[in-house]
Ligand binder design. Structure first.
Ligand code: G3P
Ligand code: CA
Length: 276
């Protein structure tokens, strides 16, 4: 995966919208991703899980309890069950904190479960290059099937091959090296991002699991080990940092020269980086 162009000039840090513009709209909804595209995000981050009937849906938690009015594990529900739930009102309740809700929850783009297929369509219609950073959540019930379905879907949308313009517009991220390995075995051109919550001794020198091109440290790692970015770059890896919402953390990322900032607030981060 090519390292970012570091020639002097305006900042070229890529701004990635985490679960969409999830500060302003319910995470993982079409409304959150539309907003992120309008806000100028370079890429969209989403978590994917497999439903009981084999559909890839954009949901972070194992269960739907936090982000919908339903209960239960995504993997035990069918797409039709998820489609009957409201994935938006929890956010409005949280944002309005006791005030009268503004009835945004009647907009289906803010309330419906989002399939990865629909998100790929949105990206295809964006009218500019918008990258997609797809995170496979650790599948225990569906070991291997998430990656298999994912590669099949990305193949259908033409995202598995590099072109003269560079690598595919899609990359796959995971805390699981095994999951990244499965994707790479099926689609070697798709860049992989190895997510790290802690910096283990094995990765302290900047090296990543075999075949993985991009490091994905949590911002806490950078606060504790600012030297990590230079080490990963020396090892030939880009560094994509999550989830960077505070101004001080954006400043830290900029100073250390990271390649991508993954944030719930793409508009504000772009403004802070002088990209507007
Ligand atoms: O972008 C990586 C980041 O999303 C990983 O953490 O829990 O938000 O999926 P999480
Ligand atoms: Ca994620």
């Amino acid at each position: 995966y090519p390292l970012r162009d570091r020639t002097p000039g305006p900042s070229r840090i890529s701004v990635v919208a985490h679960r969409g513009a999830s500060e302003d709209a319910p995470e993982h909804t079409l409304a959150a991703y539309r907003r992120a595209i309008e806000d100028g995000a370079d890429a969209l981050e989403c978590d994917v899980r497999l439903t009981a009937d084999g559909h890839l849906v954009c949901v972070h938690d194992r269960r739907v309890n936090r982000t919908s009015n339903g209960r239960g594990a995504v993997s035990a529900l069918e797409l039709a069950d998820l489609a009957a739930l409201d994935f938006g009102s929890w956010k409005e309740d949280e944002d309005t904190a006791g005030e009268a809700p503004d009835r945004q929850h009647e907009d289906p783009e803010r309330t419906s479960v989002l399939t990865l297929e629909r998100l790929l369509e949105l990206v295809a219609d964006a009218g500019r290059r918008v990258e997609l950073a797809i995170e496979t959540k650790h599948p225990t019930r569906w070991a291997g099937q998430v990656e298999e379905r994912l590669v099949a879907l990305l193949t259908r949308f033409g995202h598995t091959k590099a072109s003269a313009d560079g690598p595919p517009a899609v990359r796959v991220m995971s805390f699981s090296a095994r999951s990244l390995h499965r994707v790479r075995a099926a689609a070697p051109d798709i860049p992989g991002v190895y997510l790290m919550q802690f910096l283990t001794p094995r990765h302290r020198d900047g090296r990543l699991p075999p075949g993985v091109g991009i490091a994905g440290p949590g911002v806490r790692i950078l606060r504790a080990h600012p030297e990590y970015v230079a080490k990963a770059h020396r090892a030939g890896h880009q560094v994509h940092v999550w989830t960077v919402n505070d101004e001080a953390d954006v400043e830290l990322c900029e100073r250390l020269g990271v390649d991508a900032i993954i944030t719930n607030r793409p508009k504000q981060v772009r403004a802070q980086l002088g990209l507007d």
